[in-house]
Design a protein around this ligand. Structure first.
Ligand SMILES: Cc1cc2nc3c(=O)[nH]c(=O)nc-3n(C[C@H](O)[C@H](O)[C@H](O)COP(=O)(O)OP(=O)(O)OC[C@H]3O[C@@H](n4cnc5c(N)ncnc54)[C@H](O)[C@@H]3O)c2cc1C
Length: 381
């Protein structure tokens, strides 16, 4: 395996990094404080091609490989964890559903505006009673002539209240368990019966609206079905697999932000007549933080590598996401510790990194569920 970034990948990293330093970092605290969807930043990212990084240029994307996409998402998340979720849910989840499972006409009509960033995407799988247990979903889609009528509700949908395109999972055959789930393209502005019930007040991940949605006799034409009836569960699993690589990138990005801030603080803060970074215990903390970040990034690229090669990467993506999620929380925790009392206040971003990092252990497969996945893959040989 070649660990060096190509010239193009370095260029992507430098371009996104510069954008993040100039445009995202200066407003990250404000986003955290107001919890408003940063539409202006999203528009700027669209102009730079950052809302459709992995999709081919023919569909309005930037045509980047999955390593580059992960690198871009690491940088964006270094600036703002909420913005990282906005881009990941839009691209890895909603956009990917269309790219992988949409027909040519669906790609042209719905993927292109997503990849160009003129539309925002959301992926609506989870429900109040169906988070880890996806087949327990109760939303239904009943065929009526040449339409489907969708009824039910979804919970915790990232971008759900601002999206122009939502990929919605519903049961077309409620008796068939996971084989009865199908997916649909829903257009909130065009489709009557799409209701945003609420947006959550969250611990972190601010700026990315997390919505509770209700579908009340929502009618979609039959050409909004993605793939065939009954394909939805497998589509969701495949999509979440790729998504996990980018949630690993979000973890690495937040961990880096926490580490970089703590390292700077350790050189500035003096106690007992010397910078606290001179104390061995602080040096060791920094050493452990950086080591974990490097290891998580390698797992992320390993999973991306297998995905690009077309190999089975279920275990690799789960490991990358699991490890990067846990170390980002650990690194952010040590970041607060290095700041002492200041770390526990809003005077420094250390506490924001901690709140943003925690989410990684919950969405797109909890750490417990990912350990199940990894264990099953190991035993399957
Ligand atoms: C901010 C945020 C954004 C989100 N964005 C989206 C989105 O865009 N789209 C979307 O569809 N969903 C989204 N989700 C939902 C998210 O994917 C679910 O919350 C997650 O899958 C866990 O489901 P749950 O909350 O129902 O927890 P539960 O499944 O009820 O789990 C509760 C606890 O039980 C454990 N557990 C459950 N099953 C098992 C098992 N088999 N073995 C061991 N332990 C188990 C879990 O690990 C957890 O610790 C989001 C959630 C949040 C908080």
């Amino acid at each position: 395996m070649d660990f060096a970034l190509s010239a193009e990948q370095q260029q992507i990293r430098d371009m996104v990094s510069e954008f993040v330093d100039e445009e995202v970092v200066p407003v990250a605290d404000e986003i955290d404080h107001t919890d408003e969807f940063p539409r202006d930043l999203v528009d700027e990212m669209a102009e730079l091609g950052l809302m459709g990084m992995p999709f081919p240029e023919e569909y309005g994307g930037a045509g980047l490989d999955y390593h580059s996409y992960a690198i871009g998402l690491e940088e964006i998340s270094r600036g703002s964890g909420g913005l990282g979720t906005v881009v990941a849910a839009h691209t890895s989840l909603a956009g990917n559903m269309l790219y992988e499972f949409g027909d040519e006409s669906q790609k042209e009509t719905y993927l292109t505006p997503l990849a160009e960033g003129s539309d925002i995407g959301a992926f609506a799988l989870s429900e109040a009673g169906a988070g880890s247990d996806v087949p327990a979903m109760e939303t239904t889609a009943e065929k009526d002539g040449d339409e489907y009528v969708i009824n039910g509700g979804k919970l915790w949908i990232s971008n759900g209240s601002v999206a122009e395109t939502v990929t919605v999972f519903a049961k077309t055959d409620p008796e068939a368990g996971n084989k009865g789930i199908s997916s649909f393209v829903v257009r909130p502005e065009e489709d009557d019966g799409f209701i945003v019930e609420n947006t959550e007040e969250k611990l972190g991940d601010k700026g990315c609206p997390t919505a509770e949605l209700r579908f009340d006799d929502l009618r979609v034409p039959e050409d909004r079905l993605l793939g065939a009836e009954g394909d939805g569960f497998v589509q969701a699993l495949k999509t979440l697999n790729g998504g996990r690589i980018t949630i690993a990138a979000r973890g690495v990005g937040i961990a880096r932000a926490a580490f970089e801030e703590a390292r700077e603080y350790a050189t500035e803060r003096e106690q007992f007549g010397q910078p606290i970074g001179e104390f061995q215990s602080i040096k060791h903390k920094l050493a452990d933080m950086d080591t974990k970040i490097q290891a998580a990034r390698m797992l992320m690229h390993n999973a991306a590598d297998k995905k690009i090669r077309g190999e089975n990467y279920i275990k690799d993506a789960a490991q990358a996401k699991l490890y990067a999620s846990e170390i980002s929380r650990e690194v952010a925790n040590e970041g607060i510790q290095i700041h002492g009392g200041y770390g526990y206040t809003k005077d420094f971003a250390a506490e924001r990194f901690y709140r943003d990092a925690k989410l990684n252990e919950i969405y797109e497969g909890t750490s417990e569920v990912l350990r199940n996945t990894i264990g099953e893959q190991l035993l399957e040989g």
